[in-house]
Design a protein around this ligand. Structure first.
Ligand SMILES: [Zn+2]
Length: 540
């Protein structure tokens, strides 16, 4: 963009004014130019391992070179990552319920789907038990499995958490890894989840539509957090009543309790499940992209402030309204574009930063935060040198930016810094208003958190008092999230995108120059990972 020479000169002579009225670096145009390239149809929805993603990554590397930020990967800007993909072959797979010795067939897609994120056992037959939220949270003395016999059984879970468990903690214990730890200890062999319709982002029809799309896991077996789990499935909530027949409970009644985060009953179900699962496995290669802007302070330059975003999306899928390309314009070409803009502007900036910055574009996010899992386990800089991660994923500039939702707001000093920066620009901040959606663990910041690094993610939020604005976001999720219509032909609020970039840029500068590195709050659950210390593995 053109430099606004006059205002800069005026502000330079009146420092007090410079503080109260921050100048603008971005106009939304450069951001949109990057989004247009990354979300173009010829990038084919940037699926992990696809030629489209490689093309998008080549564009990013080219832009980083042009900006003059330095490579910080393993081979130049790239850090290669290997995956195993798993695809369910439905014609050779099946699932039935068995009640009083009688078989009740389940229709794959309409009733239930296999979750290929785990290495499904070829055959399973086991009794079912409903364990409510299925959570074990030692910090709150909360245990849905206590006193239940789940040995050799498959547990049935209603997604969600009880009100007595705070949002971030509940999110943490709902990860596949934490869930499996508790279930394995209790002797269960698998889990079937029923989403609560009240907190589903994507309608069942769209979930079922792409169920044959391969899922992925990192090839390195050290990353396998669900080893031993034999079965994982998801039930269409509209068909969930068949699991509760004969218990005296209906699914609607349980879902209503779950919606209000109230206690759920535990029920031994008078049914078993029998499954056959045929998986096709392949090796896939992809890469993270990492760049650095070195700091100027002789000591602090050895520390890094990380700005991360996933560049992958879900690729080409089943057509919706004739369109097969899931462009992922907001998810997350939008975030990758912010990294490119912020990197370029800070490199150009005459203002020297004390700490170094690290720009990390991760792959495999849509497959389960896999690229960031790899990067944080095999970082290209020392783990302890990363003082903070600010992650951007689908920040949704679809209306004016008046309220910013900050995931992790109360967990570390970063939240306070983010609040200061936003308020200096007339933007209010709010904590996660919908902890049931688990957004705190649903993007890459979570892998930084697990390595002890204070982190947060932020997005444009509706005015908490405006039902109309809330509806706009809800409609976006229902219709465009992970659909081909998250493309370049959607309404965008460019000033909101620019304002968001200003906040990210200011926050990066603030963290880079602050005398203290950000700390976790004394009472936050996530502090434990920082105290566990650094134990990163040697990179392969
Ligand atoms: Zn996504």
């Amino acid at each position: 963009m053109l430099k606004k020479v006059l205002p800069v000169l005026v502000l330079a002579t009146i420092p007090a004014l410079a503080q109260s009225a921050p100048k603008n670096t971005f106009d939304g145009k450069t951001w949109w130019d990057h989004v247009k390239v990354l979300a173009d149809d010829n990038m084919e929805g940037r699926d992990t391992g696809s030629p489209g993603l490689r093309k998008a990554e080549a564009y990013v590397v080219d832009q980083l070179k042009k900006s003059g930020v330095q490579p910080a990967g393993k081979h130049g800007y790239y850090q290669p990552v290997k995956f195993e993909s798993r695809q369910i072959i439905e014609k050779d797979s099946s699932a039935v319920l068995i009640r009083d010795g009688k078989v009740e067939p389940l229709t794959l897609g309409d009733d239930i789907i296999f979750n290929t994120r785990i290495d499904l056992a070829p055959e399973v037959e086991a009794p079912l038990v409903f364990v409510g939220y299925g959570l074990t949270v030692p910090e709150r003395n909360y245990d849905d499995l206590a006193g239940l016999d789940v040995k050799g059984k498959v547990v049935v879970i209603l997604s969600g958490s009880p009100a007595e468990v705070p949002g971030p903690l509940a999110s943490h214990y709902q990860t596949a890894a934490e869930r499996w730890k508790a279930l394995r200890t209790a002797g269960a062999i698998g889990a079937i989840s029923i989403p609560n319709p009240a907190s589903m982002d994507v309608p069942w029809a769209r979930i079922a539509l792409n169920r044959a799309h391969p899922s992925m896991e990192l090839s390195d077996p050290a990353f396998d957090e669900t080893a031993g789990e034999k079965l994982s499935m998801t039930v269409n909530p509209a068909k969930a009543d068949m699991f509760f027949a004969g218990t005296g409970h209906t699914f609607a009644e349980l879902a209503a309790l779950g919606k209000d985060r109230r206690p759920l009953p535990h029920l031994s179900l008078p049914i078993s499940i029998r499954t056959k699962a045929k998986l096709e496995k392949r090796t896939i290669e992809s890469a993270n992209i990492i760049a650095t802007l070195p700091g100027s302070d002789p000591v602090l330059k050895n520390e890094y402030v990380v700005l991360s975003a996933h560049i992958d999306h879900v690729g080409i899928g089943e057509p919706i309204n004739g369109d097969r390309i899931y462009n992922g314009a907001m998810d997350n070409a939008s975030g990758s574009a912010v990294l490119l803009d912020v990197a370029a502007s800070l490199k150009k900036s005459p203002e020297k930063l004390k700490r170094s910055l690290l720009f990390v574009f991760v792959t495999g996010e849509e497959k389960g935060l896999l690229g960031s899992k790899y990067f944080t386990q095999y970082p290209t800089v020392d783990t302890r040198s990363m003082v903070a991660d600010i992650n951007i994923d689908m920040f949704l500039p679809i209306m004016p930016l008046k309220t910013l939702v900050v995931f992790g707001l109360a967990e570390s000093d970063l939240g306070d810094l983010a609040r200061d920066v936003a308020q200096s620009r007339g933007v209010q901040v709010e904590p996660d208003p919908e902890p049931q959606r688990n957004l705190f663990i649903r993007s890459d910041q979570y892998n930084f958190i697990r390595r002890g690094i204070p982190a947060l993610a932020m997005g444009v939020a509706p005015d908490p008092n405006s039902p109309e604005q809330k509806q706009i976001f809800k409609d976006w999720l229902t219709n465009r999230y992970h659909a081909p219509s998250d493309d370049l032909a959607q309404p965008i609020d460019f000033p909101a995108a620019a304002q968001y970039e200003e906040i990210i840029r200011s926050l990066m500068i603030k963290v880079a120059n602050d005398a203290q590195r950000p700390e976790w709050k004394p009472d936050t659950f996530f502090r434990r990972y920082a105290q566990a210390g650094s134990n990163e593995k040697k990179g392969p």
